[in-house]
Ligand binder design. Structure first.
Ligand SMILES: [Zn+2]
Length: 720
């Protein structure tokens, strides 16, 4: 998943887009006492001053930077000269630079160093940032100027990129309520502030359940079935939590999923599964159900106020899908064959359980465990056979190889101490092009720790731009691998390796950016398009060039045997029913919740009844149940937008076939077209046009169905 500041800071989307400082008098004066305000200095065009920033600086830093940004905006709005692109749109791109820097660091603390002190800042500042954002979009004099530039955009001698920037700024302002009357504006801003507070509470509740709940194992019998790497990880977690000599399964995806895959203890699997799927749904202080009801009601109210049928209609208007109906049509087309595949998968698993005399009916806490047994039986493939070849650091080198071959990027580690980091686990690489010119920096924060959001994501600390001189980008990849013992390699699962390549795809999207204006830079593209570059790069993991060179056994040093690679390839479409249904049930619930309109919604009941109506297989639970669905309820980001992964995957599958139809994964000409039309253009072109320029046509659904091993629909039904 890509997480930009736009989603980390609820409601601050406009602030994140504001950019470029001419003068920063207010902040400069304060920077000596509050370093978080200071322009970034040091090598590489300046780097975040993590060595000087402290949590107590965050709140005053945000306050001062917001005041400065508002003063800058007021100056633009009050300009006596007639509105032009330069004195209005470009001036906005120049403004808010101090705030951009502070918000970036605040976001890093929120997502990776989230302790009690940071949470207090979040609770205080989230509503105020939302109000700040509204103050800008509701500035009438400013909007009048933007509208004037917008009206004249085709006859002002603007470049295509400038015209698109004007169009996007204008559209974003209108979508945020710039055309409303004063009373409605006030009401809207109140809703946004209420929502921002609720999003913060929602995310903190999920994190609390992840931090505070765990399964402690204190004897060998509790470890039955677990491979050495999982045992070692559990021992490490126990040690970090002061339970030396025991084993702890933390309540996070990176701990729970391997446990459910391997543990032979059905009772413990059920216990772990229940703990994980009930995050945010346990009653008491961290229960999210009432918060969800409130969020949905406020979102429905806001959509009405803005003139949209539902929150989903509002959210999808500026996406590639454009409306909920098109997104639903795609989801429904894939849902039916996916459920049919699940029935086959369950039958295979039940047969094995019966043969073993287990005397059970497959339940959700059995799925991953028995799926492994089926994989072994059907493809003679055992995940524990692969894992010893998947060393985190070697795979990272494999990603660098891919970046060199496809993008011409070279990665060189930055000597420790050259660039400050916010945690000793974080490392930094400098990225250069074939001529040796600096492209940007890549920060890597691989390990799980308390206070770090679960999952994996990319974050751009600074977007590329060349508007007032070339600015090099700084991007980061974050994940939650369980750190092994010092000096021992970290072994990861095949799925985690895919995620690693996925997030690196987002990083390469940011690093490839070649645009003028920061508002259009890198990954700042439509939500249902942004996952396309990242999903596409997952495909390179399984190429022989990567596996033969970088999948090296951690003990023998031997590369992965060709026979094993072949087996991985054969098993490529294995368990696609589970993967698709687990994901798609979440995406469908997300969309249906936001289409349900103004009725008061009881989340548990809605989830139960909607899944029953959909024919949800009882052996699977949603990947993100409603009370823990951070994508959707800890910000607006992916609300009515979780479908985006599937939408992007239609492009991904089709784009991969562009390579396989040509010279294969490393085809230079296809890679060049991909860079020119997708990775480098940011949001300077309409994504549908960019894709067409790359592929020579639109993507249909057929390649997606082939990728997942589902029947390809008869001709003339290729939706989209
Ligand atoms: Zn992603």
């Amino acid at each position: 998943m890509s997480m930009s500041m736009k989603t980390l800071v609820a409601g601050a989307a406009v602030a994140a887009g504001l950019s470029a400082a001419t003068a920063a008098p207010l902040a400069e004066k304060e920077a000596a006492v509050i370093p978080v305000l200071a322009p970034w200095t040091g090598p590489y065009g300046g780097v975040p001053p993590f060595d000087k920033v402290t949590v107590p600086q965050l709140m005053p830093g945000l306050e001062i930077a917001m005041a400065e940004a508002l003063a800058e905006i007021d100056r633009i709005a009050a300009n006596p000269a007639a509105p032009t692109f330069d004195n209005t749109i470009a001036a906005m791109e120049r403004s808010g630079r101090t705030l951009d820097r502070v918000i970036t660091i605040y976001g890093i603390y929120s997502s990776t160093l989230n302790d009690e002190a940071v949470q207090a800042v979040e609770r205080e500042m989230a509503p105020r940032l939302a109000a700040f954002s509204d103050q800008i979009t509701q500035n009438e004099a400013l909007f009048k100027r933007i509208a004037a530039v917008y009206e004249a955009r085709e006859n002002s001698g603007l470049t295509p990129e400038q015209q698109r920037l004007v169009w996007l700024q204008y559209t974003d302002f209108v979508r945020a309520g710039a055309k409303l009357g004063p009373a409605e504006k006030k009401q809207l801003s109140q809703i946004n502030q209420q929502l921002a507070a609720l999003y913060t509470k929602f995310g903190q509740n999920v994190l609390a359940d992840e931090n505070d709940q765990q399964i402690v194992i204190d004897n060998e019998a509790g470890l039955a079935g677990l491979p050495e790497s999982v045992r070692a990880g559990a021992a490490q977690v126990a040690e970090a939590r002061g339970l030396e000599g025991k084993w702890v399964i933390a309540n996070t995806r990176s701990s729970i999923e391997p446990f459910l895959t391997y543990s032979a203890r059905r009772d413990l699997r059920e216990q772990a599964w229940r703990m994980f799927v009930n995050r945010g749904d346990n009653g008491g202080a961290t229960d999210n159900n009432a918060i969800i009801t409130e969020i949905l009601a406020l979102r429905a109210q806001r959509a009405k106020l803005l003139g949209y049928e539902t929150h989903a209609h509002w959210r999808l208007e500026n996406t590639m899908a454009r409306n909920p109906a098109r997104a639903m049509a795609l989801m429904e087309a894939v849902w039916v064959p996916a459920v049919a595949r699940v029935r086959e998968e369950v039958a295979d698993m039940q047969a094995i359980a019966d043969k073993e005399g287990a005397g059970i009916r497959i339940e959700p806490w059995d799925y991953r465990y028995y799926a492994e047994k089926v994989r072994k039986a059907k493809y003679d493939l055992d995940e524990t056979e692969i894992t010893p070849y998947l060393q985190l650091e070697n795979l990272r080198e494999g990603m660098f190889y891919m970046a060199r071959e496809l993008f011409g990027f070279n990665f060189k580690p930055v000597a420790p101490g050259t660039v400050p980091v916010y945690h000793p686990d974080v490392r930094v690489w400098e990225v250069t092009d074939p001529k040796g010119n600096l492209v940007g920096l890549w920060y890597f924060d691989p390990y799980a720790r308390k206070g770090k959001r679960s999952g994996a994501w990319m974050n751009a600390y600074r977007p590329q731009e060349r508007f007032d001189g070339e600015v090099k980008t700084i991007v980061s990849n974050n994940s939650n691998f369980v750190k092994g013992k010092p000096g021992e390699p970290v072994l990861i699962s095949w799925k985690d390796a895919e995620t690693l390549f996925h997030e690196f795809g987002h990083a390469l999207h940011g690093l490839s950016s070649n645009v003028t204006y920061p508002y259009l830079s890198g990954t700042r593209v439509a939500r249902d398009y942004v996952e396309f570059p990242s999903q596409l790069l997952e495909h390179w993991l399984s190429t022989p060039e990567i596996l033969n060179r970088y999948a090296i056994h951690y003990q023998t040093g031997k590369p992965i045997p060709p026979a094993l690679v072949e087996k991985i390839k054969q098993a490529d479409r294995f368990n696609q029913g589970f993967d698709t249904v687990e994901y798609l049930s979440s995406a469908l619930i997300d969309m249906k919740l936001h289409l349900a309109g103004a009725q008061a919604i009881d989340p548990d009941k809605f989830e139960r009844e909607t899944l029953a109506a959909l024919g949800m297989p009882p052996e699977i639970v949603m990947r993100h149940r409603t009370p823990q669905f951070n994508h959707v309820f800890s910000g607006d980001g992916y609300s009515a937008g979780y479908y985006s992964y599937l939408w992007s995957d239609t492009l991904t599958a089709d784009a991969w076939e562009a390579f396989t139809e040509a010279g294969g994964p490393w085809d230079k000409a296809v890679a060049q077209r991909l860079r020119d039309n997708v990775f480098s253009v940011g949001n300077t072109v309409d994504p549908a046009d960019g894709y067409r320029a790359f592929r020579g046509r639109d993507a249909g659904i057929d390649a997606l169905m082939r990728k997942r091993g589902f029947p390809v629909p008869a001709p003339a039904t290729g939706s989209k």
